[in-house]
Design a protein around this ligand. Structure first.
Ligand code: FMN
Length: 258
C-alpha cells in the first residue's frame, strides 16, 4: 500500500507513479487527516510512505498522525520524500518511526521536485524550465525505484550526518510551531467566495463566512489554499505578491494526474 500526503501535488504525483508501477493501491491521507480517522491500515504488500519535506523533516503533523494508526499485515516499509533539494534528517525520523511501529525500514529515497513554498522569502520559486526539468528527472527516477521496490532491494539515500540531526531535531518543531502559522493569510478583492480554499485545507482550518475565508489556528503551510485558489486571491503577509503559485497538475498531462 502506497500512502501519501500532498499539499501541491508533487508527492501525489510520485506516489501514484510508484503505486502504478507496483500495481498496488494508493491511499491519499487527506480525508483521514481532515476527519481525524484513525482506523487501522491493512496491507499484504510492503508499505510505501510518501511525504513532502517541511523544515528539513517529514511534516510533524504527518508523523504524529502516522504514529497514531495501526499498520496491520506486512511489516516492511519504504519511505519516499519529495523536496526542493534538502531532506535534512527525514531519514533518521523514518528509521525511528519504523522502530516505534515495529516495521522493518527497507530504505528511503528522495525526489527533488519543484519548490512549492510561495509563502517564504528565503527561496525563490523555480523558473518554468527548472520545473519541467525537475519533473522529468523525477519521472525517470521512479522507474528504477519501482524496480528496486519490486525486488525488495534496500534503497540507498544520502548519508545524514549526526550534526544535521542534532541541529534539525530541536529546530524543526520550534520553527513549525511559530512560523508555519495562518495568521498572515488574507484575501484580496479578487476573492469570489468559491470555498475551494475551505475544501482543500487538510486541517479543516478555513471557514468561508460572508463569502470571505477566515483562517483558524491550525495550519502547516502546506500551500494548498494559496496555490489552488483559482482567482489567485490569497496572499500571505508581504511574501507572496506577484509571485507565481505552484501546482504540479499545471505541468503534467491530465491523465497522469488523475
Ligand atoms: C512549509 C514548507 C517547508 C518546506 N521545507 C523544505 C525543506 O526544508 N527542504 C526542501 O528541500 N524543501 C522544502 N519544502 C519544499 C517541499 O518539500 C517540496 O516542494 C515538496 O515536493 C512539496 O510537496 P507537495 O507538492 O506534495 O506538497 C518546503 C515546503 C513547504 C510548504
Amino acid at each position: 500500500m502506497v500512502l501519501y500526503f500532498s499539499g501541491t501535488g508533487n508527492t501525489e504525483y510520485i506516489a501514484k507513479l510508484i503505486a502504478d508501477g507496483l500495481n498496488d493501491e494508493c491511499l491519499d491521507l487527506f480525508d483521514r487527516i481532515r476527519s481525524n480517522d484513525k482506523s487501522p491500515l491493512y496491507s499484504e504488500k510492503t508499505y510505501v510512505i510518501c511525504a513532502p519535506i517541511y523544515v528539513c523533516e517529514m511534516p510533524i503533523f504527518l508523523v504524529k498522525y502516522l504514529k497514531s494508526i495501526k499498520f496491520n499485515g506486512n511489516r516492511k516499509v519504504y519511505f519516499v520524500f519529495t523536496s526542493g533539494g534538502y531532506c535534512g534528517s527525514a531519514k533518521v525520523q523514518a528509521k525511528l518511526f519504523s522502530m516505534r511501529k515495529n516495521l522493518k525500514c527497507l530504505g528511503c529515497v528522495e525526489f527533488v521536485m519543484p519548490r512549492n513554498y510561495v509563502a517564504n522569502n528565503r527561496y525563490a520559486m523555480d523558473e518554468e524550465d527548472v520545473i519541467h526539468s525537475k519533473i522529468s528527472k523525477a519521472t525517470k527516477k521512479v522507474k528504477q525505484v519501482v524496480e528496486d521496490m519490486k525486488n525488495e532491494r534496500k534503497l540507498k539515500s544520502r548519508h545524514v550526518w549526526l550534526f544535521e540531526t542534532l541541529i534539525i531535531a530541536p529546530f524543526a518543531p520550534v520553527w513549525t510551531r511559530y512560523k508555519l502559522v495562518a495568521k498572515d493569510f488574507y484575501t484580496t478583492d479578487q476573492c469570489v467566495g468559491c470555498k475551494i480554499c475551505e475544501k482543500v485545507c487538510p486541517f479543516n482550518n478555513i471557514k468561508v463566512v460572508d463569502k470571505k475565508p477566515k483562517w483558524g489556528e491550525r495550519c502547516t503551510h502546506c500551500m494548498a489554499c494559496i496555490a489552488k485558489c483559482p482567482k489567485k486571491a490569497i496572499e500571505y503577509g508581504n511574501k507572496t505578491q506577484d509571485k507565481p503559485r505552484y501546482l504540479l497538475k499545471n505541468y503534467v498531462p491530465a491523465k497522469i494526474n488523475d
